[in-house]
Design a protein around this ligand. Structure first.
Ligand code: ADE
Length: 247
């Protein structure tokens, strides 16, 4: 396991995650694509417990809000110690520190592509009522939300971001799989990004209950197949996500 102290691989990308619930990451990060990427040394992922940087005997990382109100707030001093320590673990000290909060910029495929090019990501998963505002103001580079809904903490959003980023690291997936899927058809057209959803796909049987596979896909005519896929990808995008075409 990679909880706490980590195995050191030589990789181009290192992801450090700060959380109060390290055990939550065990299943998702020990399976499938992320496991493969870690095993092959394409990415190093370490999970850290924020409490490791607490100073008192109760290992407290949060406190009541000044001015009163419900809940507990994560402390800026503990967070600074943790972040400084994680930053010092990379030689160039060029780390991007990202806070997962519902108040952040909404995550997108474009952002995932941007993050996949960085060398060191520190993702901070908050819990409880929130962060001391000084963490936002002075310690982090960016806040990311995974959508307009509120979860109980930043752990699941962190996993979403890690999954979306790791699969884009060169060598993790076959290039063709990435190029052909929904939301990856990013093309620059007239200085603007154009995105389309995926085209419909079929496999055997050719006829099931009278539901037939479109003739063109059985034709072997690659030019025709490409055309059909492009038309249907655009049609689907227009019908389901016209907002993407306007972006
Ligand atoms: N923490 C709680 N809800 C969240 C969301 N939607 N995105 C990111 N972090 C969160």
């Amino acid at each position: 396991m990679f909880l706490g102290t980590s195995i050191q691989y030589t990789t181009d990308m290192k992801i450090d995650i700060l959380t109060l619930f390290p055990e939550m990451f065990k299943g998702p990060f020990d399976e499938s694509m992320i496991k493969k990427a870690r095993d092959e040394g394409l990415v190093e992922v370490n999970i850290h417990n924020l409490r490791d940087w607490a100073k008192d005997k109760h290992k407290s990382v949060d406190d009541r809000p000044y001015g009163g109100g419900p809940g507990m707030i994560l402390r800026v001093d503990v967070m600074e110690r943790a972040l400084k320590n994680l930053k010092s673990s990379v030689s160039n000290h060029q780390s991007s520190i990202i806070l997962l909060t519902p108040q952040g910029n909404v995550f997108s495929q474009k952002k995932a592509q941007e993050l996949s090019k960085l060398n060191h990501l520190i993702l901070v998963a908050g819990h409880y009522e929130g962060f001391d505002e000084r963490i936002r103001e002075h310690l982090v580079d960016e806040e990311i939300s995974i959508g307009d809904y509120v979860l109980t903490g930043g752990e699941l959003p962190t996993m979403v971001v890690v999954d979306a980023v790791v699969r884009l690291i060169p060598g993790v997936l076959e290039k063709e799989a990435k190029d052909n899927e929904s939301f990856s058809k990013w093309k620059m057209e007239n200085g603007k990004w154009k995105i389309t959803l995926d085209y419909p796909q079929y496999t055997r049987p050719e006829n099931f209950r009278g539901w037939n596979v479109p003739e063109v896909l059985l034709s072997g005519n690659h030019a025709e197949i490409s055309r059909w896929r492009k038309v249907h990808a655009e049609k689907r995008t227009r019908e389901r996500r016209p907002d993407l075409l306007k972006k």
